[in-house]
Design a binder for this molecule. Structure first.
Ligand code: 5RP
Length: 231
């Protein structure tokens, strides 16, 4: 798993705080990353103690972890609605997010957007006044050159994400590639999201605009909850 900074204690407190929102009968979206992993582990302990939920994994990694800790699973295409989604983020500004540090943002966006309540779990290093990290863009392999050109035309600098401990690029759970696209400070995330979504060959991008209902930020002392009332 990638290292995205922030203390493990802060991530654990955020994950546990959000997992405590799960109730009997709920279908719960299981996000990807080190902070969401704490939420999945907490959910596993609650299931052990009798909680009746089923999880919708957003990646190979979240499915494996959920199986390991005993969260019953249901596939994304079998789910009619998601009650609660628990997911991490790479950067948070207001209610807008950049996700995709783990290259799982395509499935994460489907689950998070479908959820009646989307709760982001994070440590304080993720909070920012504005979004300015590179935006992960999942692309069809055959479209990577055309998409890279379009990104440059939109003022971004695309970099093909390289794998670690493997020669060559990261290949997503969906068999695609990832371009990390540096746009500098993003003053209008909604406009950029529309541009990226409208680019042929883009499978999904990591801008999550107005989707989050609340953010649980773990600190050394406890958890701060911010509510946005997602759209
Ligand atoms: C994966 C993601 C993760 O949620 C994001 O990278 C945050 O991860 P972490 O909690 O490990 O910092 O978007 O695609």
């Amino acid at each position: 798993m990638k290292n995205t900074g922030g203390s493990d204690g802060a991530k654990r407190r955020a994950g546990e705080s959000a997992a405590a929102l799960a109730d009997d009968g709920m279908t719960v979206g299981l996000g990807t990353g080190s902070t969401a992993a704490h939420a999945i582990r907490a959910l596993g302990r609650a299931v052990d103690a009798g909680l009746d939920v089923r999880g919708v994994p957003t990646s190979f990694a979240s499915r494996e972890l959920a199986r390991e800790v005993g969260v019953p699973l249901v596939a994304l295409d079998e789910v009619e609605s998601v009650d609660l989604a628990l997911d991490g983020a790479d950067q948070i500004a207001g209610g807008d997010l950049i996700k995709g540090g783990g290259a799982a943002h395509a499935r994460e966006k489907i689950v998070d957007a479908a959820a009646k309540r989307f709760v982001v779990v994070a440590d304080p290093s993720k909070e920012s006044d504005a979004l300015d990290r590179p935006v992960p863009v999942e692309v069809l392999p055959a479209a990577r050159t055309a998409v890279a050109r379009a990104i440059e035309g939109a003022g971004g600098e695309p970099t093909l994400r390289s794998a670690e401990r493997k020669d060559g690029p990261v290949v997503t759970d969906n068999g695609n590639l990832v371009l990390d696209c540096d746009f500098g400070r993003i003053d209008d995330p909604a406009a950029l999201a529309r541009t990226l979504s409208g680019t042929p060959g883009v499978v999904e991008h990591g801008l999550f605009v107005g989707l989050a209902d609340e953010v649980h930020v773990g600190t050394d002392e406890g958890v701060t909850v911010r509510r946005f009332g997602g759209e």
